[in-house]
Design a protein around this ligand. Structure first.
Ligand SMILES: C[S@@+](CC[C@H](N)C(=O)[O-])C[C@H]1O[C@@H](n2cnc3c(N)ncnc32)[C@H](O)[C@@H]1O
Length: 278
């Protein structure tokens, strides 16, 4: 991220969710606040998306990851989990639509991004509910433990963490510091996150497309730093105590959310993971 500036990729992800409501009627993920929180003209958003059809894949992936995460949050709330931590929240709107009265939400984000979000919420007239606590933390400088403790998080009670579109932007050390912290929490705690296969593991054409996307985010000042192969990530998660791991790769995501597998059964790209302790 650029010093003192809100995350530009958070703005891009929010624009994808908004366009998904406009062009696909929120078919994968319905978010009644997505357009409003962004504060951009729907007509301009739609025109830009139509002029850039290559963005459709990323838009649908972002819709799918949010749906996957909110499905896990609903299941956690049902089994009695009372704390949700939205890590690197960007313009995520779950906290403002939270249907679970007893679920406390901690929105953790870089201080500059969070200040921009609060301004967007005020301008869009979206009220922050009492169940929400804003928790500014720079993952590279302050430990999540310190940030959450200051916000009143109960480290002895189980929690679910969602961490969407953030892991690739962090160093591997920062990623494992956060996973290690979650691993030390109460049994039944869960984390949902996204990661990407290493570009070297992709066939030449996919690697080329990946390289172009990587160049775009690097130009926004937010380069991708960290990738994982599932066969090396899963043992590391298990070693931390995550006994239940669900990992959907590109083919599973296509089948589950887009209605059809696209390409070979072993495609490389973005993954959706849910890992539970115990
Ligand atoms: C691609 S955005 C994703 C935002 C959101 N999760 C979504 O899906 O729309 C990446 C998020 O990671 C946050 N982030 C990146 N580096 C960070 C850091 N060092 N500390 C805290 N947050 C960070 C940014 O502020 C931004 O909100």
């Amino acid at each position: 991220m650029q010093i003192g500036q809100p995350s530009r990729t958070a703005q891009r992800a929010a624009a994808h969710r908004a366009v998904h409501q406009l062009l696909e009627q929120g078919r994968i993920f319905h978010d009644p606040l997505a357009v409003r929180i962004l504060g951009e003209s729907p007509r301009t958003l739609e025109a830009e998306a139509v002029a850039n059809p290559g963005q459709r894949g990323m838009r649908l992936f972002i819709a799918a990851r949010t749906r996957f995460a909110e499905t896990a949050v609903a299941a956690s709330a049902k089994r009695g989990v009372r704390q949700l931590v939205v890590l690197g929240a960007g313009l995520d709107t779950f906290a403002y639509r939270n249907p679970h009265e007893a679920l406390r939400v901690f929105e953790v984000d870089h201080p500059a991004t969070q200040a921009w979000k609060r301004q967007r919420l005020a301008e869009a007239n979206i009220a922050a509910p009492d169940t929400l606590t804003f928790t500014p933390v720079d993952f590279e400088r302050v430990s999540l433990a310190e940030g959450l403790a200051a916000a009143g998080f109960d480290a002895a009670a189980p929690a679910i963490f969602t961490w969407l579109g953030v892991v690739p932007y962090l160093t591997e050390q920062a990623v494992f510091a956060t996973l290690g912290f979650i691993a030390g929490l109460a049994k039944g705690s869960e984390v949902v996150f996204t990661y990407s296969d290493p570009p070297q593991s992709m066939p030449a054409r996919a690697e080329g497309a990946h390289g172009r996307r990587a160049a775009r985010v690097a130009a926004l000042g937010e380069p991708w730093l960290t990738f994982f192969a599932p066969q090396t990530l899963h043992p590391r998660l298990r070693a931390l105590g995550f006994g239940e791991i669900e990992d959907l790769g590109p083919t599973e995501v296509s089948i589950l959310y887009f209605g059809a597998p696209a390409g070979s059964p072993d495609r490389k790209g973005g993954h959706l993971v849910r890992a539970r302790l115990g």
